[in-house]
Design a protein around this ligand. Sequence first.
Ligand code: SF4
Ligand code: SF4
Length: 476
Amino acid sequence: MKFHPEKLRISDQRMKPFIDAEEIWGYIHQSAPGKNRILEIVAKSLEKNRLTLEETAVLINANDPELVEEIKQGAKSLKEKVYGQRIVLFAPLYVGNLCINNCTYCGYKTSNQHMKRITLTHDELVNQVKTLEDTGQKRLILVFGEHPKYDANFIADSVRTVYSVKSGPGEIRRVNINAAPLDIDGFRIVRDAKIGTYQIFQETYHEGTYWKVHMGGIKRNYEWRLTALDRAQEAGIDDVGIGALFGLYDWRFEVMGLLRHTNHFEACYNVGPHTISFPRIQFASELNIDKNHLVSDYDFTRLVAILRLAVPYTGLILTARESSAIRDEILQFGVSQIDGGTNIEMGGYANKKENEKQDIDFEQFQINDNRSLNEIMEELIDHKYIPSFCTSCYRSGRTGEHFMEFSVPGFIKRFCQPNAMLTLAEYLEDYAPAETKAKGEKLLEEKLGEMEENGFKEKLKEKLRLVKDGKRDLYF
Ligand code: SF4
Ligand code: SF4
């Protein structure tokens, strides 16, 4: 891993740290809001406007359960008004768990002598991808520890390998990355491998806490990490994902940090992050962290609703760290992506049967939703969501996709929903057991029934017929 701390002294203002703890606390410590102010702010968000730091702090300070309910209802309305009924599915794939860092909250920390260290070989990676394709996955996020072995060329090679694997009708159509910060040249190398989103989570935006929980390695440098995605932008990767690990510090500060990071990107690059992730530490009994900041289910659902309203056009990713009950509740607030059939054990997809209990010694953290991809598909279908593997914007050169779906009138109707239906139809033909297939086909009929009779609906019906006849990868 190349580390160039001198680049932190770059004269470019965009590369300067932008989190001001005093400013954030100043907003949080403002006086408690009244109901009218909350309703005003929710209404602003429902008009598709991003909230300011001050407005977001007002929502954070609404502690009265009745006001919290107003916020949750606002997030639900936004979801219904803007995003419709489709949920994009993906799977994480751990490529290597070597790591030189010592993050107190992570099983892969370098001081963990019990951790078996594995880097998938080319053939093992191919096998993992084949196994994932055989369950119907189309979108992956490759996850790497931070280690000199996982340099930009290694990451780019892994991406190219994944794209090259075809198993039966299966293929991976979008590869996202979760890996260490690179320098600008490194990001360029990874960009050229045609990655989707490059995700780097700050973990905590609070610098003092950051120092406490990152005990060694490159990751100890708060600023190198904070400005990482600015370097990605400089290298031409404008599709970036940010995130915070909730439970390390006060959740209110982290929500404000995520928002500050978002408006930094908007100010400097005219585009916000593509996605925001909000993993939460839950099983902290064996972790060497301050337990005072663990986030309850009540506050967690509340903070997701606040985030939804604060950044109405940014994709929100919920992961299998959460139980299915929490996932089901939060889906109603406008989460746009979830992982399905997740196995975070190194080499776990090809070596273990789905649903088998995973061995904690080999994992970075524990997951709480062990359902297979098909079980998740079926559950989504039962709740009238359309599970989607759509990658059409990315592959047709429609960039800024989340912004378009949000801001271009009719975009969801014209693109997202029909493409979700086409990818669901593919899944039903190629991978679904009979019961799921019957439920999925019924849902497709219902969704077609809700559409206006016009030429576009006829085109969609024709494409759905072609999928039944064996054509694949059809989209608008
Ligand atoms: Fe390494 Fe990432 Fe785990 Fe930290 S969180 S120890 S950087 S794998
Ligand atoms: Fe995303 Fe574009 Fe597909 Fe909509 S049509 S789900 S914005 S890729």
